[in-house]
Design a protein around this ligand. Sequence first.
Ligand SMILES: C[S@@+](CC[C@H](N)C(=O)[O-])C[C@H]1O[C@@H](n2cnc3c(N)ncnc32)[C@H](O)[C@@H]1O
Length: 411
Amino acid sequence: MSLSSSMVISVSMQTSSAKNTNLNAAMATKNDEFYTQWADIEREMNAYLEYDPDVFRDKVILLPCDDPEWSNFAKFFALHFVDFGLKKLISTSYAPDSNPAAVNYQPTLFESESPSFDERKTHTNGKMFTLEPQDINEDGVVNIDDLQWEYLEGDGDFRSDEVTALRDEANIVITNPPFSLFRPFVNWLFDGNVKFSVIGNNHALTYVEIFPRIQTNRLWKGATANSTDMVFGVPKGAKVKDDDRKKAEKLGYPSDDQFDYTRQGNACWYTNIDHGRRHEPLQLMTMDENIKFSKHKEIRGVGYKRYYNFPEAIDVPFVDAIPSDNDGVMGVPSTFVDKYNPDQFEILASAEDMEAMKEIGVEMLGVEFVKTYKEQGGTGGVSPGHRKLGLTEPRYYWPFKRILIRRKSAS
Ligand SMILES: C[S@@+](CC[C@H](N)C(=O)[O-])C[C@H]1O[C@@H](n2cnc3c(N)ncnc32)[C@H](O)[C@@H]1O
């Protein structure tokens, strides 16, 4: 049986009690079971190809935390194996027995009808699928039907020696990793010194594994999905908010035999593969123009506030209101990172990193100040934490998520 004709997973054959168990398991897996849609993969990969048509040529691509029997990543790269000029495609899957969401797991016909099928290993071991430039089934094309597969020695955990060895063989690692392991996954990528493109969440931006690497241009946001929803397949019966299900449906993903669908507004790509988006300068008005013409009432005719305990910086509450001619430090919303062009700006610190704030000269505020600031009608970017009265330690609070930036030519 060819893989392309057998993309059915066992959940579609489950009874309702199995579905309930599945629901519980899916909830217990901290929402790790999100299956990426072809269109999202295609949009992001096309952005890399637009910037460098040879980005995948002669490259070994590893897709860990995956499984071509149901994942679109392997299907996408197998379809494009020849036109992208890939050297080798490797996809690894995670053992059902190690995955709490894989209750009532049953192997696909693709696996169970294969001579390599092993009744025990199908539960306990991960699998490795490889595609090389060989037309194994001699049908005149190299594609998903030429994939070879075998069981891994272990369960396919990305941290295992054998998957780490595959990372070391690879030039590029691409996947949607389990979000609960996003931090160790990103560290694992950097340990391997590979190019990568992975799906994460905007909330991860300020993680110590992410933000300093964005600051030093070793990692950046992907080119797509930064301000649009991404749709994901989820195991049948997994808990999906009604609103998200409806939005997914509107985007063209009604539930089907295999999956229910949800959408996420916060999902995004993190990568170190270059794309044109990050080289486009933000088109900005000068400070005077902003004050005269800004579409934001907070700026138009008002101007920019300065931080009480860091007066050299201005607070810019909207990315499109960053003044093009301001040479000082500016506090901007974290969505700035989606538009960040490293030739235009440098990122100095995240306002959530108190040590970094201190280092660039933000003063900590005393308890007395904290207590009286609000009563005196205090405003300004650095709020003294009026909602946290009763503090015993001097500290400051930032009113919104801000990151501090400066114009490149100004440094
Ligand atoms: C978010 S899903 C994405 C699946 C697929 N890559 C996709 O995008 O459609 C993450 C997958 O990682 C697998 N997984 C969970 N923990 C893992 C681990 N420690 N090592 C490798 N894979 C793991 C699970 O099987 C899960 O299906």
